[in-house]
Design a protein around this ligand. Structure first.
Ligand SMILES: *[C@@H]1O[C@H](CO)[C@@H](O)[C@H](O)[C@H]1NC(C)=O
Ligand SMILES: *[C@@H]1O[C@H](CO)[C@@H](O)[C@H](O)[C@H]1NC(C)=O
Ligand SMILES: *[C@@H]1O[C@H](CO)[C@@H](O)[C@H](O)[C@H]1NC(C)=O
Length: 359
């Protein structure tokens, strides 16, 4: 008897079984919420004038150099996270799924992206821009839960509780507050946005969401747009302090909610710590430049947004920053990997990957 051949076929059978098992049980639906950091083109479908990026040089490294709406040369953090969890494509904008009615109910079982560039945690952040506020995004998810129940009946509960909720929001509110409010009262501001975050998370938990991958605010004082305003060229400390405080307070809220809601699991990505580490050690990550925007104009590329009439760098993967506000595709990949299986310093109490494992 030829044992070696037998064992090879046994291994093949096992591999096939594992793959089937993975396809049917381990790839969770993904629902994405937030602002331009996780946004895949919602605003393209809306009468939004300013908060959009569906023109070159955005998308220059995407398939056919297509400007998809993402504020990126290619993919962003939501895309990489979806791929890491086994999705073939990033969940499309919810508004795009709605336009494809015949397939809506089937498509939505894989997830949807509700994020809207320009959105914030407070209702007035982004309202002038006519973007989809986080309140509306959460309402849309409520509708989707109804739709899943229409299709799945009783088993909908399990589908919804196994779904991954990915949220990345908070920077725009801080930008607006520091720009428009003369009294910079950090305590007051952070308390207000945290009440709002708590409220919206509760409205995701109530219809049955239980698994949360949360991305806090990155060191926004270091983005080119603000760094260029500092005569020393350094990061703006006040903005970074708001971001740090945001992460700390959010951890408290997540702990509190997970004690209240049975079965809740969360992974909180400290984008402040993770991004700071990558910027400080950018050479080790393959970035030659962690200061200049690849697409822009003037000093550190930060004197213009990324538009078709500005300059764009040749080697995009060398740059941490894509435009004056957003990280490049290459840096999003590093960030997403850090969230997916990084250490407790960057993602707590478990990593994103552990959200789908039985631990
Ligand atoms: C989804 O649910 C909402 C609210 O329950 C309903 O109005 C809408 O028609 C549903 N969409 C589809 C495609 O079934
Ligand atoms: C500005 O801050 C004060 C308190 O510090 C607050 O009462 C007010 O609502 C804020 N305004 C805006 C637009 O955030
Ligand atoms: C690029 O185009 C925008 C509007 O389309 C305009 O406001 C801006 O001045 C132009 N910049 C340059 C450098 O031509």
């Amino acid at each position: 008897m030829d044992w070696s051949c037998w064992s090879v076929s046994l291994v093949i059978v096992m591999v096939i079984k594992l793959q089937v098992g993975k396809a049917s049980t381990e790839i969770p639906p993904i629902f994405v919420f937030g602002d331009s950091t996780t946004y895949v083109g919602t605003n393209n479908y809306l009468p939004v004038e300013r908060a959009r990026a569906d023109f070159p040089f955005n998308g220059i490294d995407y398939r056919d150099a297509k400007p998809t709406g993402r504020f990126s040369n290619g993919y962003n953090i939501a895309d990489t996270i979806a791929r890491l969890f086994g999705h073939k494509r990033s969940p499309p904008p919810f508004v795009a799924l709605l336009r494809n009615q015949p397939f809506f109910k089937r498509n939505v079982l894989w997830g949807a992206n509700f994020a809207s560039g320009g959105a914030g945690l407070l209702d007035f952040t982004g309202r002038q821009l006519k973007v989809i506020t986080i309140r509306e995004q959460v309402e849309q998810f409520g509708t989707v839960c109804n739709n899943i129940t229409q299709v799945m009946g009783e088993s909908a509960e399990k589908v919804i509780s196994n779904s991954l909720i990915i949220i990345s929001i908070g920077s725009n509110g801080i930008f607006d507050y520091l720009l428009y409010n003369d009294t910079h009262n950090e305590e007051y501001f952070i308390t207000t946005v945290m009440q709002s975050y708590h409220y919206h998370l509760t409205n995701l938990l109530n219809p049955g969401a239980r698994k949360f991958g949360i991305v806090s605010v990155s060191p926004i004082g270091c983005i080119p747009r603000y760094r260029v305003q500092n005569p020393t060229g350094e990061c703006i400390e006040e903005r970074n302090l708001y971001a740090q405080k945001f992460s700390i307070e959010l951890e408290g809220i997540m702990q509190k909610l997970s004690a209240e809601f049975e079965g809740m699991k969360y992974s909180l990505g400290n984008s402040y710590e993770a991004t700071s580490y990558i910027i400080d050690n950018h050479l080790a990550y393959g970035f030659k430049d962690a200061i200049t925007a690849c697409c822009g104009l003037g000093k550190i590329g930060a004197e213009s947004p990324c538009l078709p009439n500005v300059t764009v760098c040749q080697n995009r993967d060398d740059f941490f920053w894509w435009d004056r506000y957003h990280p490049s595709q290459a840096s999003c990949e590093v960030l997403a990997l850090t969230l997916y299986r990084g250490s407790q310093k960057y993602v707590k109490p478990i990593s994103f990957s552990q959200l789908v494992e039985d631990i």
